[in-house]
Ligand binder design. Structure first.
Ligand code: ADP
Ligand code: 2DT
Ligand code: MG
Length: 209
């Protein structure tokens, strides 16, 4: 049996990652493709509860390096789960991954290579969608502004860093997230289907960051 595809949705806040990952799972399942959704941070584990408190309570202090490593640990604790699902043939759609980890910390002023280092060895995605939007537009969407990092300057910095990843790596696809929910969904479904099929045909191995 061939493995599932490891597909990531990245983007600044309110670009539609949660909406699109849920819709993608629904459509893939309708096509009889085994697929599961994950989101980072996973707020339910011990590290996730600390992270969630840090994000929602601006008075709860954790220094920048420590929170960076906690976000990374929050991914590492899911390593066995991710690998076992993929090798059982289930594709995984992930709402944020290592690239949010790097981009938000670099946007705060931490060193890029230092930020990337704890991600080295985690599973390498087969495809990353960058849901791209002008930060001036996404902040007008409902819910914006309630958590740490949801301010315009931070969003602009993160957007620039995520675009740099997308420009140098050919497994990234930039998607115009200002389109309608249905239009974005159609693009994501098409490319996800293609990569799931390609992996079945060429039996490519799962590699590491
Ligand atoms: P994210 O997970 O990236 O923060 P969400 O999926 O939670 O974003 O979407 C944020 C808000 O924007 C929600 O109210 C959602 O309904 C809305 N939204 C998502 N995608 C679009 C779109 N393409 N056009 C207009 N509004 C959208
Ligand atoms: P949402 O749960 O609304 O996506 O917000 N973040 C996320 C980091 O700083 N580092 C990371 O490694 C990850 C995965 C982005 C989560 C917030 O946490 C930030 C916004
Ligand atoms: Mg979300």
């Amino acid at each position: 049996m061939s493995r599932g595809a490891f597909i990531i949705l990245e983007g600044i806040d309110r670009t539609g990652k949660s909406t699109q990952s849920a819709k993608l799972i629904e459509s893939l399942r309708k096509l009889n493709i085994n697929a599961e959704r994950m989101a980072f941070p996973n707020r339910t584990s011990n590290t996730g509860q600390l992270i969630s408190k840090y994000l929602s309570n601006k008075d709860y202090h954790i220094n920048d390096q420590t929170i960076h490593l906690l976000f990374s640990a929050n991914r590492w604790e899911n390593l066995d789960f991710i690998r076992s699902k993929l090798f059982a043939g289930t594709s995984i759609i992930v709402d944020r991954y290592s690239y949010s980890g790097v981009a938000y910390s670099v946007a705060k002023g931490l060193d890029f290579m230092w930020c990337l280092q704890p991600e080295v060895g985690l599973p390498q995605p087969d495809l990353v969608f960058l849901l791209d939007i002008n930060p001036e537009d996404s902040r007008l969407r409902s819910g914006f502004g309630s958590e740490r990092y949801e301010n315009l300057q931070m969003q602009k910095n993160v957007s620039t860093i995520l675009r740099q990843f997308a420009e140098i790596e050919n497994y990234w696809k930039i998607v115009d997230a200002s389109k309608s929910i249905e239009d974005v969904h159609e693009i994501l479904l098409k490319h996800s289907n293609e990569i799931i099929n390609d992996i079945q045909i060429d039996k490519r191995p799962l590699t590491s960051i």
